[in-house]
Design a protein around this ligand. Structure first.
Ligand SMILES: Nc1ncnc2c1ncn2[C@@H]1O[C@H](COP(=O)(O)OP(=O)(O)OP(=O)(O)O)[C@@H](O)[C@H]1O
Ligand SMILES: [Mg+2]
Length: 260
């Protein structure tokens, strides 16, 4: 297993954010983490990236406990940081170099990779960044920044990608190209958080639905089954039930509003 979470919980200043979360994610799985604003998706991804540690339960990565002590160990930290890439929801926090080229080259240089320049060009090409290579990342558009951040992760050949709202800011064509890029890397394990139901199925055939009020997972199974279950979507807060009057008779139906 890549990740194994058991009774995982996280409390911030004594306030529970996540509770009773359990799942296992195997190599090559594509898992989408769904839930409303504030339900704890980012918190969960930060735990999977070893940036936050559970306040209850346990989390394992490739059979080893993922905690502060494990990450203090140089060999484990190097392996974990080399294998797992995390696209932050706020990519500004990931971009700190003076040019896009240096930004993309940073990871491979840190990892001591031999063919850094060639890698930078390949991933700049894959993400349409060649015309921007000399530009400072901070002055790019939101979607351009997101593509730079993605290139800076993919260039390191990660085994696991944690994506936090990867398609937010991306135009429809780039969202589709990202899905294709991920689809072409079947060996990659992807855990992608989103509240955008229209891209959910493309990002992951398995969906984990986090409840809106720290009540644990409402669903862990095929994304298609979740999308066909309006009652569950309403319970999670991702859809709501509107009452309308049509042709003089009351009529109820479900609405999903995807605005990104
Ligand atoms: N640094 C922090 N200090 C205090 N509370 C925090 C902090 N970060 C997150 N929280 C709280 O934890 C809860 C979960 O936040 P989180 O960012 O994980 O939600 P999310 O599901 O990713 O939401 P969104 O869809 O808006 O990205 C929220 O109630 C938030 O207020
Ligand atoms: Mg979030």
């Amino acid at each position: 297993m890549i990740f194994e979470a058991r009774d995982l919980g996280y409390a911030q200043d004594g306030r529970p954010v996540l509770r009773d979360v359990g799942f296992s994610i195997g190599p090559g799985e594509r898992v989408v983490v769904l839930g409303v604003n504030g339900c704890g998706k980012t918190t969960l991804l930060r735990m999977l990236d070893g940036l936050l540690f559970p306040t209850s339960g346990s989390l394992r990565y490739a059979g080893s406990t993922l905690d502060a002590r494990a990450l203090e160990e140089a060999a484990f930290r190097r392996r974990f940081r080399g294998e797992v890439g995390f696209l932050f929801q706020n990519v500004d926090a990931m971009l700190f170099h003076t040019s896009v080229a240096d930004e993309i080259a940073f990871g491979p240089r840190q990892l001591g990779m031999a063919d850094v320049d060639e890698r930078v060009l390949r991933w700049a090409g894959a993400l349409g960044l060649e015309p921007l290579l000399a530009r400072p990342p901070f002055e790019l558009s939101g979607g351009e920044k997101k593509r730079v951040a993605l290139a800076s992760l993919l260039v390191c050949d990660p085994k696991v990608l944690l994506l936090d709202e990867a398609t937010a800011n991306l135009d429809p064509a780039w969202s589709a190209r990202l899905v294709d890029l991920l689809a072409a890397r079947r060996d990659l394990t992807v855990v992608a958080a989103t509240h955008n139901l229209s891209v959910a199925q493309e990002l992951g055939d398995r969906a984990i639905l986090v409840g809106p009020a720290g009540e644990g997972l409402l669903h862990d199974g095929p994304t298609a089954a979740l999308l066909r279950d309006p009652e569950l979507l309403v319970r999670s807060g991702l859809a709501h039930r509107h009452l309308h009057a049509h042709d003089g008779s009351d009529h109820a139906h479900f609405h999903v509003h995807d605005v990104e």
